[in-house]
Design a protein around this ligand. Structure first.
Ligand SMILES: [Zn+2]
Length: 369
């Protein structure tokens, strides 16, 4: 079955807007760096406060406002206009703006904490800052992964325990068979914002939980929801969250090491007053962006293999594998998923195998009845 023309158009537009946004970010960072505007901005911040931590904060606020103002039209096009054009959103403009503001405040707060720590570490331990900062950042990711389901997600969505005793009992039976303890199954009120459906395993340790969008619960049968739950449980059984954190930790150490190398070699060239000069932020972000671009296909290939592992687990765990197939078909329909993405697109950008491949895998799975 080929993708419908509107599905292709939707994904073309999404990719176009994402790539355009990425190029715009690169252009802005390069402009700040190569024209020396970042140094002027640092001068301005220092003229307002002689205290390094406060001057950095002023610089960060200016940097954030400029970046957001330049990126806003494309954020609107991708996050609001496109979703409405294809009938995938339930969010009014006021709600969208409110979410943007909340995201900006939260992102700004986290970025400010992270960067104050980073430049404080460079100041105190100029030779070993990258090892210390990478360690601190990894500890921070772990803490954030643990706290996100109770502190961050509720800022954007409502959750409540799943009110379906038979489904809950099925999941508990599944998790007992898997020898894993699930901390809870929650209904996620996604329908207030979107017509799309999703399910995820979130949190870490005492906050680890399964969240199921209400849009998914409305459309899928209990057998199909059980198949989705089994897939999420497969991530539990194979330890994928810790695995993901380990990959993130490795990338963080590599990233900070590269930033240190680049700063040591190019600080004088750009007129920075040593490593601790926060005017080097655009260079630091550019190095991080270049590294994530190089790592993207590798991280996604790794993610697709974990998704396949979770699918295989689900197919072994549920009584009727055909529920997995029909569940996948319904999810693809609801989310306007691309069933046949061009292979190079799937290789670079997709964290999950395409619906077509997942369905074929399920139909050929050993023991399929
Ligand atoms: Zn998954």
């Amino acid at each position: 079955m080929q993708d419908a023309p509107q599905v292709k158009r939707y994904h073309h537009a999404r990719r176009f807007l994402s790539v355009a946004g990425f190029l715009l970010d690169l252009a802005l960072l390069s402009a700040l760096l190569f024209t020396g505007w970042t140094i002027s901005l640092r001068h301005l911040a220092q003229s307002w406060s002689a205290r390094p931590a406060l001057a950095l904060l002023i610089y960060l606020v200016c940097f954030g406002v400029i970046t957001k103002a330049v990126g806003m039209p494309l954020d609107y096009a991708r996050g609001f206009w496109l979703e409405h054009r294809y009938g995938l959103s339930n969010l009014a403009i006021g709600g969208w703006l409110k979410d943007q503001l909340k995201g900006l405040l939260l992102g700004g707060l986290l970025a400010a904490i992270g960067l104050e720590c980073l430049y404080g570490t460079i100041h105190r331990w100029p030779a070993h800052w990258w090892i210390i900062s990478a360690t601190l950042f990894v500890a921070f990711f772990v803490l954030l992964t643990n706290l996100a389901p109770i502190l961050i997600f509720p800022l954007f969505f409502k959750f409540r325990p799943l009110e379906n005793p038979s489904l809950t009992e099925r999941l508990l039976a599944l998790s007992r068979r898997a020898g894993r303890r699930v901390q809870g199954v929650f209904e996620w009120k996604l329908s207030e914002k979107s017509k799309k459906a999703n399910a995820a395993l979130v949190g870490l340790g005492n906050t680890r939980r399964i969240i199921l969008a209400d849009t998914l619960l409305e459309t899928l049968t209990d057998d199909e929801v059980e198949a989705v739950l089994a897939h999420e449980l497969g991530h539990h059984v194979h330890g994928h969250i810790l695995h993901g954190l380990a990959v993130q930790a490795a990338a963080t150490f590599l990233g900070f090491y590269l930033v240190n190398m680049v700063l040591l070699h190019f600080s004088a060239h750009f007129g920075f007053a040593g490593l601790r000069d926060f005017a080097n932020l655009p260079l630091l972000v550019l190095v991080g962006t270049a590294l994530s671009l190089v790592l993207l296909p590798i991280v996604n290939a790794h993610s697709r293999s974990m998704e396949r592992q979770a699918d295989a687990y689900a197919l072994r765990a549920i009584p009727d594998p055909s529920a997995f197939v029909s569940g996948m078909e319904k999810l693809a329909e609801l989310n306007m998923a691309e069933r046949h993405p061009p292979p190079w697109i799937e290789f670079i950008f997709h964290s999950h195998p395409s619906t077509e491949k997942r369905v074929a895998f399920a139909q050929q799975f050993p023991g399929q009845r």
